[in-house]
Write a protein that binds this ligand. Structure first.
Ligand code: NAG
Ligand code: NAG
Ligand code: NAG
Ligand code: NAG
Length: 646
């Protein structure tokens, strides 16, 4: 099993200090080799087995006159399609038979008859297409049956009748379309079941109910879209479960509540968009959880993982859109030691997230576009240990780009920072069909925590917990949900994330049935000129609104945010008293009684102070006051109040 590796949870031959093979002096068939080899029973008991190895001979029948004492017979990679009935009956002590990679098309040609000592039967990579009732009659003590990589389309309800002691069954990579719970009624001892890689698109309530001893279930590589609430009912011994590579869009949280003993869960490679509140709660034995390789995953929401007292390792990696982990995503995970978050789209991980994990020892956060300002200040400390510190680099702000996070002096990180909506969390456009439910996810991290709201194409401002009605709803995490979208609701939806330092916005063009309303001209903000201490901004169209505000700020230490009211009829503005060589983000917000609220933002960088004149080489305070007197620096329209609020 990929990812968490619990496939080797039990019954797996411990490759311990095994004795080497020694020759077994018997009349050995030509081209085969006969040896005493180390052997582990399916229960991991060790013994020496009299082994006849006739692998890779391309023979079409089993060699005659095998030594009677043969315990393990290896016939892998031959071209055998048929055994005469009872042909191997004289090998009374045969406990393992390997017929994998042969040419069996029909299990009735297997002709094994009564072999009460056989424990392990390998039939993988043959051409079996169906299993009728009683396919393995006579093998009453079989413990392992490998049927993976055949062409099985149909398995009769009682195909496995008589295998009451079977511990391990591999049916993966066949052509099955359903998993019939009747198969399992005759397999009460089963501990490991692998059925992944079949074209199964649904499992049913009580699907595995007879399997009270099952410890590991692999349902990987199928087409499962959802897991019914009671599908896992009865699996009271289940410890390891894999849904790797399915089509699950939601965490099957109710179904998971039915398997309280679960220790290892693999949900990797599923199209989850969010890990939502209470998706993983009260799983008292869960030790490892994998949420990797999810192309659609955008956020891990508040209280997503709560009360998992045994969880020690959490892997959330290689999710190209994962740009947000809520500061309170994790609640009561007292034993979490390792948090792997590498190769996502995270711009930061909030200090609060780290502080909520008292047992955290190490964290991997490399391969993320980290923003080295206030929210990652905790990374300055020595705990938790940073995995791959040399490749944990800053992506923002520009002056720290490619610096190692660990090398950024704490003092250079501001205590407050602007909201930033990660580009990868919100698509620039989205196509829906009339009647679709649409969810637009907008998240932002900042200090202080930002408020998030949405503005509809008609200009309505939608707040979390706001009215909005049944049709449109903004969730507290910032997701806008539109139920049954209509053609008339196409248009530009804008998310605004705002704190007292400023705002960031992102627009999503939502097309319904391929159409987008011609609509009003979008508000656009442009940088016309950038000097060391000022930036000239312009916008279109010209404003005729009652109330228009321009705010600007920088995450650079020591810079002051500013704000100004913009009179109607103007279309440009000089931002003044700026610091040289610094990136600023400015947003223009326009509202009027008649027209909807519109927001546009732009990022501008002031010019470097190339040849600073001698008088400018003073303390920052002196510089600021000198900059004040710069004749170039008069506020042109209204005074731009240094400070916050307008
Ligand atoms: C089969 O195993 C039994 C018990 O281990 C042993 O006594 C007997 O000799 C074996 N039979 C052959 C043909 O080797
Ligand atoms: C953390 O920042 C402080 C203040 O800048 C600095 O003195 C200290 O050395 C930094 N610690 C680490 C581990 O970088
Ligand atoms: C601009 O600021 C004023 C004063 O703070 C406020 O009343 C008004 O609503 C703001 N306008 C917009 C469009 O945000
Ligand atoms: C901005 O400032 C520059 C220099 O002071 C001035 O030439 C320009 O006219 C100003 N632009 C506006 C739109 O106020």
């Amino acid at each position: 099993m990929r990812g968490l590796g619990p496939g080797c949870l039990l019954l797996c031959a411990v490759a311990a200090s095994a004795a080497p093979a020694v020759p077994w002096r018997v009349a050995c068939p030509p081209r085969c080799s006969c040896q005493l080899r180390p052997w582990y029973s399916p229960r991991s008991a060790y013994r020496e087995a009299a082994t006849v190895d006739c692998n890779d001979l391309l023979v079409t029948s089993v060699p005659r006159e095998l030594p009677e004492g043969t315990q393990t017979l290896l016939l892998q990679s031959n071209d055998i399609a048929r055994l005469e009935r009872g042909e191997l009956g004289y090998l009374r002590n045969l406990s393992e038979l390997d017929l994998s990679q042969n040419s069996f098309c029909d299990v009735r040609d297997l002709g094994l008859g009564d072999m009460p000592r056989l424990l392990s039967l390998h039939l993988e990579e043959n051409r079996l297409s169906e299993l009728p009732d009683g396919s393995f009659a006579g093998l009453g003590n079989l413990q392992e049956l490998y049927l993976n990589h055949n062409r099985l389309r149909s398995i009769a309800p009682r195909a496995f009748a008589g295998l009451g002691g079977l511990l391990r069954l591999h049916l993966n990579s066949n052509l099955l379309r359903t998993l019939d719970s009747r198969w399992f009624q005759t397999l009460p001892s089963l501990e490991i079941l692998m059925v992944g890689g079949n074209k199964v698109d649904a499992i049913l309530d009580m699907n595995f109910r007879p399997l009270g001893n099952l410890r590991s279930l692999v349902l990987a590589g199928m087409q499962l879209r959802e897991i019914p609430d009671y599908a896992l009912e009865g699996l009271r011994s289940l410890e390891s479960l894999s849904f790797y590579d399915n089509k699950l869009a939601e965490v099957p949280r109710r179904a998971l509540q039915q398997v309280p003993g679960l220790k290892f869960l693999d949900l990797n490679k599923n199209p989850l968009q969010r890990v939502k509140q209470s998706d993983f709660t009260n799983m008292l034995h869960l030790k490892e959880l994998g949420l990797n390789n999810m192309d659609e995953l955008v956020s891990v929401d508040q209280f997503a993982l709560a009360n998992l007292p045994e969880l020690t390792k959490l892997d959330v990696t290689n999710n190209p859109k994962l740009s947000f982990i809520h500061p309170k995503a994790f609640q009561h995970l007292p034993r979490l030691e390792t948090l792997m978050l590498n190769n996502n789209a995270l711009s930061a991980l909030h200090r609060q997230t780290v502080e909520s994990l008292p047992g955290l020892r190490e964290i991997g956060i490399h391969g993320n576009p980290l923003r080295c300002d206030c929210v990652v200040r905790w990374l300055n400390g020595s705990r938790p240990r940073l995995i791959e510190p040399h490749s944990t680099l800053c992506a923002e702000p520009p002056e720290l780009r490619r610096r190692r996070v660990r090398d950024v002096p704490f003092g250079e990180m501001t205590e407050r920072c602007l909201p930033l909506i990660p580009a990868r969390s919100v698509p620039a456009s989205l196509e829906a069909r009339p009647g679709d439910d649409v969810a637009l996810h907008c998240r932002a991290l900042a200090e202080p925590e930002p408020e998030i709201y949405w503005v509809t194409p008609s200009g309505e401002k939608l707040l979390p917990f706001g009215e909005g009605g049944r049709k449109l709803k903004v969730r507290s995490e910032g997701t806008l949900e539109i139920r049954g979208i209509a053609a008339g609701e196409a248009g530009l939806y804008t998310c605004v994330a705002q704190n007292l330092l400023g705002a960031d916005t992102r627009g999503v063009r939502v097309l319904v049935g391929g159409s987008f309303p011609p609509g009003r001209a979008e508000l656009r903000l442009l940088v016309l000129d950038a000097r060391p201490h000022r930036v000239l901004l312009a916008w279109s169209p010209r404003l005729n609104a009652v109330s228009s505000n321009l705010t600007w700020a920088s995450s650079a230490p020591g810079s002051r945010p500013g704000a100004a009211r913009i009179p109607a009829g103007t279309h440009s503005f000089n931002l003044t008293r700026l610091r040289p060589g610094t990136e600023y983000r400015a947003c223009l917000r326009v509202a009027s009684a008649a027209a909807p609220l519109r927001v546009a933002c732009v990022t501008a960088r002031t010019e470097e102070a190339a040849r600073a004149p001698p008088w400018a080489r003073g303390t920052p305070e002196q510089k600021a006051s000198l900059a004040h007197e710069d004749p170039d620096d008069h506020p042109d329209l209204l005074p731009a109040h240094a400070g916050i609020g307008i």
